[in-house]
Write a protein that binds this ligand. Sequence first.
Ligand code: PEP
Length: 256
Amino acid sequence: MNTKYRKTIVAGNWKMNLLPSDVKNYSAALMKLYGKNHFCEAVVCVPALMAIPMLRALRGSKIAVGVQDVSAEDSGAYTGEISAAMLADAGVKYVIVGHSERRRMHGETNAMIAKKLRQVLAAGMTPILCVGETLEERDGELAEDVVRLQLRSALYGLTGLDMRHVVIAYEPVWAIGTGRTATPAEAQQMCEGIRAAVRKLFGARVARAVTIQYGGSMNPANAAQLLSQPDVDGGLIGGASLDPEKFYQILEAAKE
Ligand code: PEP
């Protein structure tokens, strides 16, 4: 982390877990733990259905609400989709874009992800752009090329000003939900490479200010070491964010 130049952001990703009836207890527990001490930006990315109850439940706290996906389109005949304008109007602040589960299971391409990212920015929210390689790609020494391509196709054409509102999450696919975490050195190496790619596209000032999270089986036991890396500015947390106590412990690890 480098809190002098950039924001530390720790975001939970509930994925398709918990129920609307769990929102009250979860938010009360998290607010009790995190209400007063504020170490970093805390975000809970819930299923879209739970965004409004979560916003209500967290009112008065500094914990932000995010969701996990958005439509690539503005509005119209897109049954089942939720637009960026709808989310922003409800008060949502963050949207995960390009999560590997959506790339893999829902056929999301780099081009679709680029459109979604622009929708989120146009609506005044912050996209958390997920990038990361599969195990085959890492074993084939393609990890850096894959991540660079994912970054370039999502970010190409944005302005430096847009980039002030973009968060990048490095999530090696082989570490997500597997219990296998990248070592702090592996996480640092790729996050440093991501910052270098942003520097190439947008210049040194933008690169210095961009928040780059690590995601992939981060938990209370490994968070402090991962977050102590100079280019790791936070975490995107799946499994461990479902328990407010564990999520809080990770937030606490982001204390300098
Ligand atoms: C994720 O879903 O983005 C993630 C990192 O999950 P987990 O922490 O469970 O590996």
